[in-house]
Design a protein around this ligand. Structure first.
Ligand SMILES: NC(=O)c1ccc[n+]([C@@H]2O[C@H](COP(=O)([O-])OP(=O)(O)OC[C@H]3O[C@@H](n4cnc5c(N)ncnc54)[C@H](OP(=O)(O)O)[C@@H]3O)[C@@H](O)[C@H]2O)c1
Length: 246
């Protein structure tokens, strides 16, 4: 070994010996349940969780959700987000330290209170069963935030953004430590774009940008077991991506 490398490797091995027990302790303390885990953002989050050694459950209304996770050790909890009882059953089946919501309403027939209804159920059952952290993916422009974002000034607030504002209020009042990650525009070009690794979370609530789902997944993992991210609302921003004009 080159003598110059020895101090570097020594420091590295100290870092591993300090962090490894902390990570193991965290992961022994309950698993992670992901709502919307079969979606485009959700799949990326699940993959990173599995890579990080987490015990992962994906809540899905389709019994064949496992097809998304063929090479991964993932448990499926079958249920419908619009069915409170099935959400309760999923929370009762195991002990979770973290719940993540990456679900989106993408059906033709849209319920005006989808996010409010779904969030009410998740937060209620998470609180009841002692979940330590709820991470929710919302939208920039939700609720009162719409008035704060110059980039949205010429667009009337949609029903979905009003709905997401109500969902945020339920999360804040719900009693489960939370992180709300508001997203702007998620590029849908296929194949989905890779991470830029230039994205970040900010508490500047006037900001708006595009952001890849791959970067959002990385930012989601960064919130887990991170006390600095608890009870915070963030905008997920990537200044390197152009803001779509339509
Ligand atoms: N797309 C955007 O531009 C945009 C903008 C701002 C914020 N966001 C937020 O970013 C997040 C991810 O969006 P995305 O576009 O990646 O999502 P997506 O690909 O549309 O995936 C939606 C997920 O929600 C699940 N889901 C929907 N209704 C359900 C129900 N009744 N019961 C159980 N699961 C249900 C879907 O399950 P199935 O597989 O069963 O359909 C799927 O896993 C969402 O929180 C969204 O609100 C998106």
């Amino acid at each position: 070994m080159l003598p110059a490398l020895r101090p570097l490797l020594a420091a590295f091995s100290i870092a591993i010996s300090v962090f490894a027990p902390m990570m193991a302790a965290a992961k022994d303390n309950g698993g992670v349940i992901v709502f919307g885990g079969t979606g485009r953002l959700g799949v990326d989050i699940v993959r990173l969780l599995v890579d990080a050694g987490e015990d992962v459950t994906v809540f899905s209304r389709t019994g064949d959700a496992g097809k998304h996770f063929k090479d991964m050790k993932v448990r499926i909890a079958v249920g419908d987000l619009l069915d409170d009882a099935s959400i309760g059953k999923a929370f009762d089946a195991r002990s979770y330290r973290v719940a993540i919501d990456a679900a989106a309403q993408r059906t033709e027939i849209r319920l005006p209170d989808f996010y409010e209804k779904v969030t009410r159920s998740i937060v209620r059952h998470a609180k009841r069963t002692g979940v330590k952290h709820f991470i929710s993916h919302g939208s920039i422009g939700a609720g009162d935030n719409h008035k704060m974002v110059p980039a949205l000034a010429s667009y009337p607030q949609t029903a979905a953004l009003i709905d997401k504002g109500k969902a945020e209020a339920l999360i804040i009042a719900g009693g489960v430590p939370y992180t709300i990650i508001r997203n702007g525009v998620l590029p849908n070009t296929e194949p989905l774009p890779p991470a830029t690794h230039k994205a970040g979370l900010t508490v500047d609530y006037t900001t708006f940008s595009a952001i890849t789902r791959a970067d959002l997944a990385i930012l989601t993992l960064d919130c887990i077991d991170n006390p600095a991210r608890l009870n915070r609302i963030y905008h997920a921003i990537d200044a390197t991506l152009p803001i779509p004009t339509e």
